[in-house]
Design a protein around this ligand. Sequence first.
Ligand SMILES: NC(=O)c1ccc[n+]([C@@H]2O[C@H](COP(=O)([O-])OP(=O)(O)OC[C@H]3O[C@@H](n4cnc5c(N)ncnc54)[C@H](OP(=O)(O)O)[C@@H]3O)[C@@H](O)[C@H]2O)c1
Length: 258
Amino acid sequence: MTTIENGSETRELAGKRALVTGGSRGIGAAVVRQLLDAGAQVLTTARSGTATVPEGAAFVEADVRTRTGAEVLAAAVREVLGGVDILVHNAGGARPHASASAIPDEEWQDALDLNYLASVRLDSLLVGGMREQRSGMIVHVSSAAVLTPVGPFLHYVAAKAALETYSRGLALELAPFGIRVNTVTPGRVATPGGEATREQWARLDAAPGQTNADDTVPLGRDGRPDDIAHAVLFLVSERASWLTGSNLVVDGGEFPRG
Ligand SMILES: NC(=O)c1ccc[n+]([C@@H]2O[C@H](COP(=O)([O-])OP(=O)(O)OC[C@H]3O[C@@H](n4cnc5c(N)ncnc54)[C@H](OP(=O)(O)O)[C@@H]3O)[C@@H](O)[C@H]2O)c1
């Protein structure tokens, strides 16, 4: 959002330093683009050193599943940004299997590392600086699959459910320091990762068949990466200055919730 103050244009996040994990495609790339448009300085990461990221963003290759990857990112934050104001934990995903019992042990661990522990490790390395500056905005990206947990995806769903509980707890712990922590929960979004997962899902014998978004999403279409990025941008903006510990579900109305 751009505002006019004293006759000159001010971009809403001018002067803010942001780290976004998984910014080379899909939802992460949309978040990076919108942060840049809002005037923030952005550093992003992916595992592939040849990844292309939105123009204007800095890039560091790191695997967020490991403690080493988190340390590489924390060092890059210090060197490239000189600190961080906005932290968006977006990298995530998993491969579905025929049933919960068919999920190999190493994929349970991988799902936990990518979808839950990556955030825990990176937060633990970066919130110290936010506490010192007594400000910061953290967003964790979950999944609406948590609302209807099914066996083939249980490693992913259980990890995201843990992430949501963790995010809420961290919000309460950090609120006295002026740090806001929120979750964005996307429904079905058209991204390379989302489409690959749905294709794998459709090939599983035991999995329920795929349906068209027109049939299942009350708003009649799949989400776009920008739909999720808009929610993230709102949560890190001053417009959300009284929001912490919240979970914004962005799913076109698809998933039931109490
Ligand atoms: N799309 C959906 O329908 C949907 C629905 C609900 C929730 N979500 C959640 O939204 C988030 C983004 O999903 P998406 O669909 O945009 O995913 P995507 O298209 O697969 O993009 C994932 C991004 O994360 C990076 N990444 C993956 N593993 C990584 C790792 N270990 N370390 C560092 N970077 C890594 C990828 O780059 P590299 O592969 O090069 O590492 C890529 O930049 C995820 O947390 C996902 O669970 C998505």
